[in-house]
Design a protein around this ligand. Structure first.
Ligand code: ASP
Length: 320
């Protein structure tokens, strides 16, 4: 058995490519890296890689991670600028015994020395979004200040290859208008991602500050390790964290999770409307699903219609 599952519709082209590799006996590390690079390279996805939305200072600062579920090797970069494929730098760092999570200038120096491709990641389109947001914010009364972009979409993936190896990886430009130096859950082990080939792999998208409060990717892998089906594990962990946050803080940020176990079974859960994901396995062609959350915290999903898929691309590419 082999398979891949990923957050958001934007991942479907990537996992389609990854699936080709897995089908031919490819490695879960290679497949996940290539799948995430595909998302990083596409200029119209405004929350990952090239074309990602900038921070308050109009700089695109990116976070990414990679984990090998056989060796438990982890590599990550945070607040890195001007490199085309943060996920590849993260994977390269996962081979280091020490210094495997690097931030900002240190990460950039490492990537430069290792010969990773430099690229100005700030597109004209992202600048236009930034200027528009600045205008909107100054037009609002101070009392009802617009919150930063809330459609923050990290690409997070879990992958299983034919040998039973599992990996997890993430890549994101983080929250639009974030403070310089702000780091979310995506490069943080156990929060944005976790992979253990014996138990399963999981990854998150949503409000990093809240996802980190529950170490939620680790929690899902832990539950799968106790024999829970990935769907149940995702629903359980999301419902619990959502409830804890509401009880203690009065509100919970967006929490959306995907997971796969070593049998290639998979699951998702969310506490928001409008979460989509993409999945492929030996038995299922690459498919995008839309998730609906029920009152009781259980989540159902249905295949995205052709109309929805077309509309998605149209809005991504529409003039700003
Ligand atoms: N979790 C990411 C962060 O907080 C954002 C996202 O998922 O889009 O940086």
């Amino acid at each position: 058995m082999w398979g891949m599952i990923a957050t958001w519709r934007m991942a479907v082209e990537g996992i389609t490519k990854g699936a080709q590799m897995l089908k031919n006996g490819g490695d879960a590390g290679d497949a996940i890296e290539s799948a995430i690079r595909e998302v990083e390279d596409f200029p119209y996805y405004k929350s990952v890689g090239y074309g990602g939305l900038p921070n308050e200072e109009m700089e695109v600062e990116m976070d990414a991670a990679f984990m090998d579920g056989n060796t438990l090797d982890i590599g990550a970069v945070a607040a890195i600028r001007d490199f085309a494929n943060p996920v590849s730098i993260a994977r390269r760092l996962s081979h280091e015994k020490v210094n495997s999570l690097l931030v900002a200038e240190g990460a950039e120096k490492f990537a430069h020395k290792e010969g990773f491709e430099r690229k100005n990641m700030l597109t004209d389109r992202a600048k236009a979004h930034y200027r528009k947001r600045i205008k909107e914010m100054s037009a609002q009364a101070a009392s009802q200040k617009l919150k930063p972009y809330s459609g923050h979409d990290t690409v997070g993936m879990a992958c299983l290859d034919m040998t039973g190896k599992m990996t997890a990886a993430t890549s994101t430009s983080g929250l639009f208008m974030k403070k310089k130096g702000r780091v979310g859950d995506s490069p943080i082990s156990g929060s944005g991602f976790y992979a253990d080939s014996k138990k399963g792999a999981a990854s998150a998208t949503g409000l990093g500050e809240d996802l980190m409060k529950g170490c939620i990717s680790y929690e899902i892998v832990r539950l799968m390790g106790e024999g829970m089906h990935p769907q149940k594990a995702c629903e359980t962990a999301v419902a619990r964290l959502d409830a804890e946050l509401k009880e203690r803080r009065g509100e919970a940020g967006d929490l959306s999770l995907i997971a796969m176990n070593p049998k290639g079974e998979w699951g998702v859960a969310t506490n928001i409307e409008g979460f989509s994901f993409a999945v492929v396995t030996e038995a299922l062609e690459p498919t995008v699903y839309l998730v609906t959350r029920q009152e009781d915290g259980l989540c159902t999903y249905e295949k995205a219609s052709d109309e929805w898929m077309e509309n998605y691309m149209k809005t991504r590419m529409a003039p700003i």
